[in-house]
Design a protein around this ligand. Sequence first.
Ligand code: NDP
Length: 234
Amino acid sequence: MSRSVLVTGGNRGIGLAIARSFADAGDKVAITYRSGEPPSGFLAVRCDITDPEQVEQAYKEIEEKQGAVEVLVANAGVTRDQLLLRMSEEDFTSVLETNLTGTFRVVKRATRGMLRARRGRVVLISSVVGLLGSAGQANYAASKAGLVGFARSIARELGSRNITCNVVAPGFVDTDMTKALTEEQREGIVGQVPLGRYAQPEEIASSVRFLASEEAAYITGAVIPVDGGLGMGH
Ligand code: NDP
């Protein structure tokens, strides 16, 4: 059965791999993008998740063109790394505004249709860093840890309506986000990963698609690490 899927930040990186994976399986897939030319093959809606009005407009367009969202993957996220003493209010709040409050916005709007349909799947993209912590990423780690409490609360609130909410916590993935690291930083990270390499975006996508599948109907409030063993025990 072809479902109506929305992947925020589905125009590149992990989000694009997730969007492709659902489209390849026959689902109708909408992606958000903020600027430039979005990739083809999807319903691309322009939307900055920090703007409530743009989120509302995006949902209206998706509902009109491919139906109410049945599977939401809240993937859009940013980093703004800085050591705590040098981290400005703006560094902190802007990352929280996108990664946590932006996710709240898109999830809240999606559940409207899911409640009506009495079914739905929500998958949030957190990070191993949310559980392990990371020097220079207090803002990012706080936002990603926040997603876990957020997801588990929703899992409790909406479980009786057949809506699941789960978290995927990737380790280091080869995308623009990690290309910003120096070669030395990359080598240092790989040295700590039991599998000894970065993940490919498609390796995150497969777990997301599983959580959205019928086979995962009894999984909710879970945090699935896809991190090559980096976060073991956390
Ligand atoms: P990229 O930097 O490659 O892509 C980020 C995506 O988020 C882009 O599509 C971007 O859109 C979108 N985005 C950012 N801010 C907003 C906003 N305000 N409104 C709408 N869209 C926005 O990152 P990745 O693909 O690497 O990361 C995807 C997710 O996975 C993020 O949540 C990230 O934190 C998480 N993650 C990544 C890891 C990694 O190693 N790469 C590890 C663990 C988690 P635009 O093109 O318009 O900028």
